[in-house]
Design a protein. Structure first.
Length: 203
């Protein structure tokens, strides 16, 4: 990403602010189709020569070249469809093969412990990938109070994201309907690998 967000809690380091930005980027793109204003912001992003950086560069180019209407149509083919989309972006489904299973119950318990409240306007279960990314960003930045410790972030990540998120992002990268969302998959898969390695190094 190009720069850290300055409005985060003062105890949040620049490195953690960048982590939160990536989680927020994924959250916004995966919870609903992005607005034209958000696409303009994405089109200004720049990355390096890493897999993550190349994904960001590809996404920026597509954000500049794609219309909100076209991306909205792609989003619906991927995640909504007639009955269901090409992908089901939920932890319960990827871990157990079914929706609304034990991973969702465990998540709801952890949300209550961390002071997270379900968005009253949301109609999807809380274990969808966009919401989980939003939760990670909020824990890093103190959106739910004080920033959460690295060890608690690690526990949440390895419980709710590590078992399935990289698999989901790889599926998204290669999905038949993915054009704009293909580099979102690239970014997500690379970022999940980075997070796993970083958390393990903190042991």
């Amino acid at each position: 990403m190009t720069e850290a967000t300055a409005s985060y809690h003062p105890d949040v380091s620049e490195e953690d602010a960048l982590r939160a930005q990536l989680y927020d980027l994924l959250s916004v793109l995966l919870r609903k189709p992005p607005s034209g204003d958000f696409l303009q912001k994405v089109s200004a992003l720049g990355g390096d020569d890493s897999d993550l950086g190349k994904g960001i560069n590809a996404l920026a180019r597509l954000a500049q070249a794609s219309s909100p209407e076209k991306i909205d149509s792609e989003f619906h083919r991927l995640f909504i469809g007639l009955g269901r989309g090409e992908l089901l972006p939920f932890a319960s489904y990827y871990i157990t093969g079914f929706l609304n299973e034990k991973p969702l119950a465990k998540l709801r318990g952890d949300m209550a412990e961390l002071g997270m409240v379900r968005d009253a306007s949301a109609y999807e279960p809380e274990d969808n990938i966009g919401s989980l990314c939003e939760m990670m960003a909020g824990m890093i930045t103190g959106r739910f109070g004080e920033p959460v410790t690295l060890m608690r972030q690690k526990d949440f990540f390895f419980t709710h994201l590590a078992p399935w998120a990289e698999h989901f992002f790889s599926d998204l990268e290669g999905a038949q309907a993915s054009v704009f969302y293909a580099p979102v998959g690239t970014i997500g898969a690379a970022f999940m690998q980075i997070e796993k390695q970083s958390f393990r190094m903190s042991e």
